[in-house]
Design a protein around this ligand. Structure first.
Ligand code: TXA
Ligand code: MG
Length: 382
């Protein structure tokens, strides 16, 4: 089970409710002080919630790994709130990197640079490079400043679980394991930042995100991809972002992605449902609405009948959970709700999960990168 070691590290976690995308000065000061004395604070960003510690304090990094249950060779992203600070931790910042920063910072873009000696090895998992990001979230920026300017933060989930996009998710995973959680509402993007390696002769995307290849090419005229972004989990294909090698984002149930013509997908999934029900299993279906008859446009109509409107008619009962992850006419709505839906599968003890393919034009690559990992690469074409 997740979180079984809570008693080892049990502590009282303070939960701060922010209002109107801001936070009270007194709370901000407390949060900053926790970081300065080596503690951990979860905070909202536009991508996912971060689990923050002082990036310059090796002891804080150690605590982050312990709280997440994460292997300590997995490097952390250093979050900054102002441009000048980049040059205190990174070396060899290129013209191109400055252009990207100018266009997309603050924003959902992480860049990898050669690291300065000021950054402890514990923060970068022993690498001689450092990942840096300036998040586009007012609470996050104020918090980083209050914390001294350099906040190391992985996503605020237990290792292996889906990332957290609401304070409730963070409480599920981190209550009793960290000092404070700042509730800043739902993450507006819902998937982690794009990671671009800027240390080579041309920019290379290590993890796809909201900032897609075209948006990078638009600024630099050039971009390549780490093959691991598309890759099967083949031996020898080692992702350049060490974190991408772990089983990730995964619900406890067995997830299969079903690709193909809509009718074929629906009938494949229905057969799967029937079989699973025969075995006494609970089934979940992740699908997106695509036209007005599908009900709520981008909401989380969890109990909505149907693989878009058919469950009741087919007489499925509570053992089948149909989840509307978003709307295909607004592809960002799918990204925003993906982790919430994967977490819902765990809450409802779903054994078998089917998902449609969401290879949408702009953020589809990022959605599918996460979904395929969550599925442990189980994809069927029908
Ligand atoms: O949106 C985000 O990036 C969120 C929010 C909190 O900012 N953070 C996040 O951190 O996703 P995390 O730790 O869950 O993922 C960071 C990824 C990992 O796959 C890690 O291996 C990679 O970044 N990474 C960090 N430093 C790196 C480096 N120096 N070289 C290559 N990859 C690096
Ligand atoms: Mg993560």
């Amino acid at each position: 089970m997740y979180g079984e070691n809570v008693s080892d590290i049990a502590m009282k976690t303070i939960i701060i409710n922010s209002e109107e995308n801001n936070i009270k000065d007194a709370d901000l000061k407390d949060a900053g002080e926790i970081i300065k004395r080596g503690g951990l604070v979860a905070f909202p960003t536009e991508t996912v919630y971060g689990l923050g510690g002082d990036a310059m304090n090796p002891e804080a990094s150690r605590k982050i790994y312990a709280a997440k249950g994460r292997p300590s060779d997995n490097p952390l992203i250093v979050h900054i709130y102002k441009m000048e600070d980049l040059f205190r931790i990174a070396d060899g910042v290129s013209e191109g990197a400055l252009k990207l920063a100018e266009r997309y910072w603050p924003g959902p873009l992480t860049m990898i640079f050669k690291k300065k000696e000021t950054v402890p090895d514990q923060t970068t998992g022993g690498l001689d490079t450092v990942a840096v990001r300036m998040p586009d979230n007012r609470i996050a920026l104020r918090f980083i400043e209050a914390a001294g300017g350099f906040v190391a933060a992985p996503s605020a989930n237990l290792s292996g679980r889906p990332s957290t996009t609401t304070a409730e998710h963070v409480i599920e995973d981190m209550n009793g394991r960290i000092d404070m959680i700042i509730d800043g509402g739902s993450s507006v993007i819902g998937l982690e930042s794009t990671i671009v390696d800027m240390t080579g002769s041309s920019p290379m995307i290590l993890r796809p995100g909201y900032i897609n290849g075209e948006m990078i090419r638009d600024v630099l005229g050039d971009v390549s991809y780490d093959p691991a972004v598309f890759g099967e989990e083949t031996e020898g294909l080692r992702p350049r972002a060490p974190g991408m090698k772990y089983r990730h984002y995964a619900p406890k149930g067995e997830l299969t992605i079903v690709k193909g013509e809509r009718e074929a997908v629906v009938s494949y999934i229905k057969r799967g449902i029937d079989e699973a029900l025969k075995d006494g299993k609970r089934v979940g279906v992740i699908s997106a609405s695509r036209d007005m008859t599908d009900g709520a446009a981008s909401g989380m109509e969890r109990e909505t009948p149907g693989i878009t409107g058919r469950t009741e008619a087919d007489g499925y009962g509570k053992e089948v959970l149909i989840m509307n992850v978003g709307d295909l006419r607004d592809e960002y709505s799918i990204a925003r709700h993906l982790y919430d839906v994967l977490r819902e599968c765990d809450k409802k003890d779903i054994d078998i999960i089917y998902s449609e393919d969401f290879s949408t034009p702009k953020i589809g690559q990022a959605i599918m990168n996460r979904l395929i990992k969550a599925a442990g690469h189980r994809v069927v074409e029908v």
